[in-house]
Design a protein around this ligand. Structure first.
Ligand code: HEC
Length: 133
């Protein structure tokens, strides 16, 4: 009995070490994204349709992180985005930019980004657009 619970503790510790190592490599992966580069890309390619604080062809991006997809008031989204249960985070924003239609079929954004580094940079920039309360 005793040695069994001992083993459970050890395997728990091993799991913790493994997830710590994963968290660390994630930090390195996101560390390579540049919000400054992302802003340049945003200004060059997204601002044709979006702005940070106004709804234009696309919805405004202020506070997009942790917001429900289709969640900006006074913007007319597609039904697909309105009905989606997605809450925007780093991973699903990256997937959206790579292929919006794959993530939310029936959506209306006619734009995608091929380059993974560009996507990471733009998402790093979007992460800086927080609403300060
Ligand atoms: C050709 C116009 C166009 C361009 C260029 C464009 N978008 Fe969009 N975007 C849209 C439209 C339209 C929607 C709304 C889609 C819907 O309602 O289905 C949208 C929606 C979004 C959403 C969802 C927001 C929400 O409130 O749920 C994000 C995030 C987004 N765009 C990011 C970007 C980024 C980042 C870029 C540049 C890399 C970009 N878009 C370039 C038109 C565009």
């Amino acid at each position: 009995m005793r040695s069994q619970s001992h083993r459970a503790v050890i395997s728990g510790l091993l799991l913790m070490t493994a997830s710590l190592a994963m968290a660390q490599s994630n930090a390195i992966a996101t560390g390579s994204a540049s919000a400054i580069k992302g802003k340049e890309i945003y200004d060059a390619r997204c601002s044709a349709c979006h702005s940070v604080d106004d709804n234009r062809v696309g919805p405004m991006h202020l506070g997009v992180f942790d917001r429900k997809a289709g969640g900006v008031k006074n913007y007319r989204y597609s039904d697909a985005l309105k009905k989606s249960k997605i809450v925007w985070n780093r991973d699903n924003l990256t997937a959206w930019l790579a292929n919006p239609e794959m993530l939310i079929p029936g959506q209306r954004m006619g734009y995608a980004m091929d380059n993974a580094q560009d996507r990471d940079d733009v998402v790093a920039y979007l992460a800086t657009l927080k609403v300060i309360k």
